[in-house]
Design a protein around this ligand. Sequence first.
Ligand SMILES: Cc1ncc(COP(=O)(O)O)c(C=O)c1O
Length: 429
Amino acid sequence: MDSTDSIIEKDRAYIWHPFTQMQTARPPIPIVRGEGVYLYSEDGRRYLDGISSWWVNLHGHSHPYIVEKIAAQAAQLEHVIFADFTHSPAAELASRLIAILPGAMSKIFYSDNGATSVEIALKIALQYWYNKNPKTVKSKIICFKNGYHGDTFGAMSVSGKNDFNRPFQKHLFETELIDPPLKGQEEHSLSQLKAIINKGTSACFIFEPLILGSAGMIIYPPEGLNELIRYCREHNVLTIADEVMTGFGRTGTLFACSQLEEKPDIFCLSKGLTGGFLPLGVTGCTEKIYDAFLGPELQTAFLHGHSYTGNPIACCCALASLDLLLKETCIQQRKMIAEHHKKFCQIVKAHQKLKRCESLGTILALESKTNNSSYFQSIRDRLYHFFLSKEILLRPLGNVLYVMPPYCITSQELTFIYDQIILTLEEIL
Ligand SMILES: Cc1ncc(COP(=O)(O)O)c(C=O)c1O
């Protein structure tokens, strides 16, 4: 290999890609530039990014405002150890997040991605009870049967058991599983939660609010979740909202929990936090939780950290993304996307090949009628390649096709995606 070899040749020689069977995968598409909703490939094509590059991008690729802020911050201070030191972007971002997070959030703990924000939330909840009483029996974690919280060991433990984490089952810790409170199943879900909590050993309950993303964009109404959180609160069980996917406007409100009457004790954020530019995770908690870690001894402190905790460039990037997110133009764009999705659902909902078509804010989900809803179905690959051939990036989850675009998408671009979806209903499904 030398410097004249192509991106593909070097990639083939040296790279192991995520979620990819390297033996059978087609060569990856080399992307050389991003602008707005488009990704430009080396061979001169442009792909409409309909999934915001794994749900991270909010304002379009390489947004000039964010680029400028990142460049200025990199020239000022690129990184500094975050124990015993601090800096303006981290302090400013924490104060702005606390101001907009639902409920009574009080403190922000930084990390690098969604899975680490979840690991930290779980560790904070477990240590909260330990700090209160080292002999506590409150050590069990309640979660949804088919939830997804990331690929590290703690996050895998509290996620659904499936082909992705099967090889590690022996090493995952035990959890207490309940069904999500889907419409009409709220009572069932609540009675499962009650039976578990009444044993007295539950430390916390972690959930994806209003929509289970990786499980297939399964949307559920707020009422049942309110009941679950309320029961947890009344019985001294901490609640953790994993808003890694739902945060920053995806569900029609700034956070999915903004639509709940009951608010969680702990929040996990990542993905859209930086507008899709840089990795950053946040775990937020209430004053009550933070207080339980205070004392004269180091042992009661939260002894956790990462080399890049509170990275100034990532925090500055998140501040720039927040500036754009809260602008009236962006709010109107999110409304426009939500309305278009709703209208499209009305049009195709009754299609004979569809089991469901629904939307939540800027997320649209369509599920085809197939006997098997596994991620590993061939229908998933056929759909994926069909859309790529139309220069649209959509990555179905098994037989679930979803659209989660950057907020700068136009109504014409949305219509183009919808038209291709209608074509798949005729030609592929
Ligand atoms: C709800 C939820 N939590 C956590 C994660 C993990 O985030 P990351 O991939 O940044 O580790 C994801 C990723 O898709 C997610 O959807």
